[in-house]
Write a protein that binds this ligand. Sequence first.
Ligand SMILES: Cc1cc2nc3c(=O)[nH]c(=O)nc-3n(C[C@H](O)[C@H](O)[C@H](O)COP(=O)(O)O)c2cc1C
Length: 201
Amino acid sequence: MKVLIIYSHPSPDSYTFEILQRLKSALSKEQIEFEVSDLYAMNFQTDMSEEEYQREGFANLKLAIPDDVLAEHRKMEAADCIIFIYPVWWSDCPAKLKGWFDRVYSVGYAYGYEASSEITKMKPIQYGLVICTAGHPNEFLKEIGIAESMRNVMIDDRLGKRFKNKEMLILGGTLDKEKVRPIHHHMIDSIGSKIKEYCTS
Ligand SMILES: Cc1cc2nc3c(=O)[nH]c(=O)nc-3n(C[C@H](O)[C@H](O)[C@H](O)COP(=O)(O)O)c2cc1C
């Protein structure tokens, strides 16, 4: 059983980094193997080049997929569970992660599969988990409809049918960290057993 964590935050001084560390130790305690794609630390390219657009925009499956994107595909193929961790910035993920989806969800792999092409279709992932930290409390994000829109975009569209089981944890209220930290840590600590439940059946 293997977990791939796609992590998107520029600073180790952040609350989001603290959540990543907590998750890593929770997984280690459960003896669950994991790998992290730390997008800022990797300096992952998130702008789509003109050359890539010629492939993605026109579904030209004969054009090559860049090596850094293929490396992400290989990590995904080795994973039973993928966890996305990021802060909510302007009601969505940081541009760094949005660019990961733009480039890594290659046509012919994550969608638009053609049996005649040489590209292997993305394998179905057992469990997809989205963890985002947010300044606003969850109640407020629900009240203004943003919790629902973030869920629609991340869970229904970006994870979509590619994942068999999907969940989103909005760790809101981080303006008052002392208040929310114990609740958030408790949520993170239970993730290992959920992964085992979804990925060993
Ligand atoms: C550029 C930027 C945009 C943000 N936009 C939102 C937002 O739309 N909604 C929200 O609840 N919090 C927003 N926040 C607050 C972050 O989600 C909050 O600080 C988060 O918990 C990350 O904390 P960290 O940077 O210490 O990890 C924003 C923060 C930044 C820096």
